[in-house]
Design a protein around this ligand. Structure first.
Ligand SMILES: C[S@@+](CC[C@H](N)C(=O)[O-])C[C@H]1O[C@@H](n2cnc3c(N)ncnc32)[C@H](O)[C@@H]1O
Length: 282
């Protein structure tokens, strides 16, 4: 099956899952994003612990968006369907939609994720910046760690506003540089840009918070919640380095690239934020 975006890490992931690679299956068979740890949940370095941390992060984004029973909820950039699966397990009488630009991921999500009685699930292939849904279709739009891939945050915000009902909420998590860090990250890109292009694919983590919120406002969305969870995500980096070396594909580049990203995150130059935005009710 062809796909309209080049995401080398998903090539490795999907092939590893197809082969039943144990660590990949446990750690990345459901969610494909960072984990969340707090004082009640200390990291132990295992894939089982990482998977639990990834589920916690997903739930925090859903909870920030006030996802609840009876709603119509869209998960944009839905990966393998992990967020939709989580909502389906926890909520009742919900209509859940997943959208992903990568047909292979959609195929797997359709195979693996099935609605509980009373819920509905549909997975669509499509672009977050040109969504295949009518206006005012959803109460909540989620975007878990995917907006950094999108060709334009501005177009994504405009689309999220369009498909949300009045009073609806967009909840997302994304990587944002501190203002100070923009030139540093640009310099870092000269060194690690190769890793990003070869392993991660299209990536833009250059928009600081004030500009990010400005883009959302220009699209007609009102910023609501802003939560910096950088510190809570840091145990993700050794896990990613371990899996990159285990997989051996782009292994060393990935190890150094992930190491550099972990370092700029520890220095709070690159921040991991949960952000929510409201579409005005009237
Ligand atoms: C880091 S993964 C996160 C996946 C999922 N949200 C999760 O948390 O497990 C990024 C996702 O964004 C998707 N993606 C990238 N660009 C996209 C676009 N323009 N429109 C829709 N999805 C996109 C990728 O295919 C991938 O599934």
């Amino acid at each position: 099956m062809t796909t309209s975006i080049d995401l080398p890490y998903f090539d490795v992931l999907l092939e590893g899952l197809r082969q039943g690679h144990p660590d990949l299956s446990v750690g990345f068979g459901r969610h494909v994003h960072w984990g969340y740890w707090d004082d009640a949940h200390r990291p132990d370095g295992s894939m089982v612990d990482f998977a639990a941390a990834a589920e916690r992060l997903c739930r925090r984004v859903c909870d920030a968006g006030s996802a609840r029973d009876g709603q119509s909820i869209l998960d944009v950039g839905c990966g393998l369907g992990g967020t939709v699966a989580s909502l389906n397990e926890r909520l009742s009488d919900v209509k859940l939609a997943g959208l992903n630009i990568d047909a292979r991921q959609i195929e797997r999500a359709r195979r693996e994720v099935h609605a509980r009685p009373g819920n509905e699930i549909v997975f669509h292939e499509g672009d977050a910046c040109k969504m295949p849904f009518p206006d005012a279709s959803f109460d909540v739009v989620l975007a878990v760690e995917c907006a950094f891939h999108f060709p334009s945050r501005a177009r994504f915000f405009a689309e999220a506003r369009r498909v949300l009902r009045p009073g609806g909420v967009l909840s997302l998590c994304d990587f944002l540089p501190s203002k100070l860090a923009v030139p540093i990250l640009r310099a870092q890109d000269l060194v690690f840009g190769g890793y990003v292009r070869n392993v991660v694919g299209p990536t833009d983590v250059s928009i600081p918070l004030d500009r990010y919120l400005g883009l959302a406002r220009e699209a007609g969305l009102t910023p609501a919640i802003e939560e910096d969870i950088t510190r809570n995500t840091l145990p993700t980096y050794p896990i990613l380095q371990k899996i990159a070396l285990e997989m051996g594909v782009h292994g060393l580049t990935a190890k150094w690239g992930v190491g550099a990203m972990g370092l700029v995150s520890r220095l709070a130059l690159l921040r991991y934020l949960i952000l929510t935005f409201k579409k005005p009710a009237a």
